[in-house]
Write a protein that binds this ligand. Structure first.
Ligand SMILES: [Zn+2]
Length: 743
C-alpha cells in the first residue's frame, strides 16, 4: 500500500510499464510551475506534461501490436462463384493493409471441411476457396485472420443435436429472425466445446493462419436470454449472478480457443467480437486482461445511438482496458443503421469520420465491406475512399500510434451499472444509462476537456493518480472496495464530481440504505427517488460560488428530471424548489418556493474538491440540451480540477479533442463535429473550422523540432514561451492532427 509520502516520491520508473502514466500529483504542483495559457481569457492553467516515456523497439512487441491497417471483404456464400481473388488481394495489398480477414465460418464452410454439420456453401463445389484466398494474401505479404461464426447452424445439426439450440421460455427453438432455416446456438452447450474446436483444429491442420476470430459471439450490447436445459440451471437472466456465470463461460471458452490457436504456433491467438462501448456484454476488465486484440464491432451510427462520436467513445473504452495492447474499430463502408444496405456504400463524409475517430481515439484502422458480387463488388465507390485513407495513414504511422493519453480527467465507466441497474421507473431502462453516458460525453466535448474512461474495476491508485479529478455520472453500483479506492484517491489529493444514485447499490445490485460515499461527499439520503410529473425541479441560488459563474438575472436554475432527496447541509449553494404542475399554466407555479434540501453539495478537503448533484443532471442535459445545465457542469468540472489542464485548444466550433504522447513526440487530434448531422443521420458534407490555438507545457529538457499538420500536409510555425509550446492550426476540415516532433 502506498502511503502519501511514498506516493509523492514514486517516479514513473518504479511503476509497471502499463501504469507508468503517473505524473507529479497535480494537487501538489506549485504555482510557479503552472503556466497561464490564457488567450481568450477563459483558458485553464497548464500543468507540465509528464516526463517522456522511454523508447520501445517495435520489433520487441508482439506482432499484432505493429498492425495498423486491417481489411475485410466479408465473404458471402455466393463469393466462390463471383469473387475475383486476385483483384481482391491486389486491392487490399495496394492500400497498405497489414492483415485481412478470410472466412472459414462455421455456418458455411469456405473450404472442403470434413467436420460434421459444417455445411459446404452451395457455390463451393469442392473448391478450396479459403485456401486460395490465404495463398493470395500470403503471396503479397499480408497476414491472415481465420474468421468463424459460431452463432447459427442448420436444421440437420439441430436434428442430431437438439441440445445445441437456444430456447425460448416455452422451450421452442430460437431461430434466426431473418432466415428460419438457421437456429441460434447456445454458448453454454457442447456446440461451443466440440464443434467450434473441431473446425479450428481442421484449419490448423490444413493452413497457415496467424490467428482465429469468432464473429457473432460473445453477444455484445445485451446478455443472452436462453431457456435450454443448461441455461435453465443458471441464475435468472439480467442478474449479477447470471452475469458472473456468463463471464466465466466467456473466459473459459476464450482460453480454450486461444490454447487451440497456439497448438499450431505460439504467437497465434484467439479473439472475438467485442464492442458495445460502455455497455458491452462481457466483463471488460476481465477480457481486457485476456484479449490481445480488441475487436470493436462498432461499425456505424444507428437511430438508437445517433451521436457522431460513437466510434471515439469506443476508442476511449479500449484505451481504458487494453494498456497499449491492440485494438481496432470495424468501420463499415457499407450502409449501417436501422434500415440497412449491406452491399451499398454509405456517405463518404460519414465513412471518413468513422475512420478519423478510429485513429484519433488510438485504435487501428479496419475497413469493411460485404460481398464481392461482379468480381469485386456491384458498388465499388467504397474502394477508392478506403485505399486513399489507408495510404495516407501509412505515411504517418509513427505519429498516429499513441503511447499514452495526456488527459487529467477520468470518467468512471460503470459497466455493471450500464448492464444491470434498474433505472427510475419513469424512464426507459434500456436507454437510461446510454443517455447518461452521452450526457457527460457531450458535456466534456463542449468544454474541450481532455479526458479518459476508467473502468470501475480499475480504480487502483497507481492507475488513477494521474487524474486531477474523477467523474462519476450516476455510477449506481459500487462495491465497498471500489468506494475505499475512491476515498484513497481523494486522500491523495484527487477531486470528485458525482451525481444521482452513485453508490446506492453494491456490486450485487443490493440497494443500500445510505450512499456508500456519504462520508466522502458529505451527503445523507432523505428519501426515495423523486421523478418529474409536469415541471421538473429547480435549484434556487443561495449564494455566489465559482460553479455559478456566468449566471445572472435569475434566482433559480433548472435542476434535473429525477433526484434523490438529501438532507440539508450548512451554507448551501443551490437548494431544491420541488417540481410542480406545468399544465395547465394556471397552476404552473411552485406551491413551495423555498426548501433547505440541497440541489448540489460541495466540499473542500485539503487540496481535494468534491461535488455531488442529487439530480441525474448529465442525462437531463442530454435529453434537453439546456445550456444552464451545461454551464453548471462545466463550471463544476473547472472548479474541482482547479482549472488545470495538460493541453488547451482555443478556438470556435464543436470538436472532440485527443492528445497523445507518441514515439516521435506528441499528437493533438481535432475532430470537427460542427455539422448539422452531428446528432442525427450521417454527415454529408464538411463545415470547416477556423483557427485553433494549441498550448501545452513541455517537460523539462524537451525541444521541439517541428509541428506538422498531417491531414492538410503542411508544416506550421510554433512559439515557445519558456517551456510553453503554442501553435495555431489555421483551419480544420473534418479532421486535423498536429504532430509535434521533439528532439
Ligand atoms: Zn442455453
Amino acid at each position: 500500500m502506498l502511503t502519501r509520502r511514498t506516493f509523492l516520491k514514486t517516479s514513473g520508473a518504479f511503476l509497471p510499464m502499463a501504469t507508468a502514466i503517473q505524473t507529479v500529483n497535480p494537487a501538489t504542483i506549485s504555482a510557479e510551475t503552472i503556466a497561464d495559457a490564457a488567450i481568450s481569457g477563459t483558458a485553464p492553467k497548464l500543468i507540465p506534461l509528464p516526463a517522456r516515456l522511454a523508447p520501445v523497439e517495435p520489433s520487441t512487441l508482439p506482432w499484432q501490436q505493429n498492425i495498423r491497417r486491417v481489411g475485410q471483404s466479408n465473404m458471402t456464400e455466393h463469393d466462390p462463384a463471383v469473387m475475383n481473388i486476385e483483384e481482391w488481394a491486389d486491392y487490399w495489398h495496394s492500400a497498405g493493409t497489414d492483415i485481412v480477414f478470410i472466412s472459414v465460418t462455421g455456418i458455411l464452410a469456405f473450404y472442403p471441411s470434413k467436420v460434421q454439420f459444417h455445411r459446404h456453401g452451395k457455390f463451393l463445389n469442392g473448391r478450396d476457396f479459403f485456401g486460395e484466398c490465404v495463398a493470395a494474401a500470403r503471396k503479397r505479404g499480408m497476414r491472415v485472420v481465420a474468421r468463424m461464426s459460431p452463432d447459427l447452424n442448420w436444421g440437420d445439426a439441430l436434428d442430431a443435436h437438439p441440445e445445441w439450440a437456444m430456447r425460448d421460455s416455452d422451450r421452442s427453438v430460437l431461430l434466426s429472425p431473418e432466415d428460419s432455416r438457421l437456429f441460434r446456438t447456445c454458448m453454454f452447450t457442447s456446440y461451443m466445446d466440440e464443434y467450434i474446436p473441431a473446425i479450428m483444429r481442421e484449419i490448423n491442420s490444413l493452413y497457415d493462419v496467424d490467428c482465429f476470430y469468432t464473429n457473432g459471439w460473445p453477444p455484445i450490447g445485451s446478455l443472452p436470454n436462453c431457456h435450454c436445459a443448461v441455461c435453465s440451471k443458471l441464475p435468472p437472466p439480467n442478474t449479477t449472478a447470471y452475469w458472473r456465470a456468463f463471464n466465466d463461460r466467456v473466459l473459459d471458452l476464450w482460453h480454450k480457443y486461444d490454447a487451440i490457436a497456439k497448438e499450431k504456433k505460439p504467437d497465434s491467438f484467439y479473439f472475438a467480437n467485442l464492442g458495445g462501448n460502455v455497455r458491452c456484454g462481457p466483463n471488460l476488465d476481465r477480457l481486457g486482461k485476456t484479449a490481445v486484440w480488441f475487436q470493436a464491432d462498432n461499425q456505424g451510427r444507428t437511430s438508437n445511438d445517433p451521436a457522431v462520436w460513437g466510434c471515439s467513445l469506443q476508442g476511449r473504452v479500449c484505451s481504458a482496458l487494453m494498456d497499449g495492447k491492440f485494438a481496432a474499430n470495424v468501420s463499415a463502408a457499407y450502409s449501417t443503421g436501422t434500415v440497412r444496405w449491406r452491399n451499398a456504400a454509405k456517405n463518404p463524409a460519414e465513412t471518413r469520420m468513422w475512420l478519423n475517430e478510429t485513429l484519433a481515439s488510438g485504435m487501428a484502422l479496419y475497413y469493411h465491406f460485404i460481398g464481392s458480387e461482379a468480381g469485386f463488388g456491384e458498388d465499388r465507390r467504397w474502394q477508392k475512399l478506403g485505399s486513399d485513407y489507408f495510404q495516407w495513414a501509412k505515411r504517418h504511422d509513427a505519429h498516429l500510434k499513441p503511447r499514452r493519453s495526456l488527459a487529467n480527467i477520468g470518467v468512471i465507466m460503470g459497466q455493471s451499472t450500464q448492464l444491470l441497474y434498474p433505472a427510475p421507473a419513469a424512464a426507459h431502462a434500456h436507454d437510461y444509462m446510454r443517455e447518461t453516458t452521452h450526457g457527460i460525453y457531450a458535456t466534456l466535448l463542449n468544454g474541450r476537456f481532455a479526458f479518459d474512461f476508467v473502468h470501475e474495476e480499475r480504480l487502483d491508485l497507481e492507475r488513477i493518480s494521474k487524474y486531477r479529478a474523477l467523474l462519476l455520472p450516476n455510477i449506481a453500483m459500487l462495491s465497498d472496495r471500489q468506494c475505499q479506492q475512491i476515498r484513497d484517491y481523494v486522500r491523495f489529493g484527487g477531486s470528485i464530481m458525482a451525481s444521482f444514485e452513485t453508490g446506492l447499490y453494491d456490486e450485487n445490485l443490493e440497494r443500500r440504505e445510505e450512499f456508500a460515499l456519504a462520508d466522502l461527499l458529505g451527503i445523507s439520503k432523505a428519501g426515495d427517488v423523486i421523478g418529474t410529473n409536469g415541471n421538473a425541479f429547480y435549484g434556487r441560488i443561495e449564494r455566489s460560488h465559482p460553479i455559478l459563474d456566468g449566471f445572472s438575472n435569475t434566482n433559480w436554475l433548472p435542476g434535473a428530471q429525477n433526484r434523490v432527496p438529501v438532507k440539508s447541509v450548512p451554507d448551501p449553494v443551490l437548494t431544491v424548489v420541488p417540481g410542480f404542475v406545468q399544465y395547465p399554466p394556471e397552476l404552473a407555479y411552485p406551491p413551495t418556493s423555498h426548501t433547505d434540501e440541497p440541489a448540489v453539495v460541495l466540499r473542500e478537503v485539503a487540496s481535494s474538491r468534491l461535488a455531488y448533484f442529487p439530480g441525474d443532471i448529465e442525462r437531463t442535459f442530454w435529453l434537453t440540451g439546456h445550456g444552464d445545465l451545461l454551464r453548471l457542469l462545466h463550471n463544476t468540472v473547472r472548479w474541482i480540477t482547479r482549472d488545470q489542464a495538460l493541453v488547451h485548444v482555443d478556438g470556435n466550433g464543436f470538436l472532440e479533442l485527443f492528445a497523445w504522447e507518441t514515439t516521435p513526440g506528441y499528437a493533438i487530434h481535432l475532430l470537427n463535429y460542427t455539422n448539422p448531422n452531428a446528432h442525427h443521420g450521417w454527415l454529408s458534407t464538411v463545415y470547416p473550422l477556423g483557427p485553433q490555438t494549441v498550448s501545452m507545457t513541455l517537460p523539462s529538457g524537451v525541444k521541439v523540432k517541428a509541428v506538422d499538420l498531417l491531414r492538410s500536409d503542411r508544416t506550421i510555425s510554433f512559439r515557445l514561451d519558456g517551456s510553453v509550446l503554442r501553435f495555431t492550426i489555421p483551419r480544420v476540415d473534418d479532421y486535423e492532427i498536429a504532430a509535434v516532433t521533439v528532439g
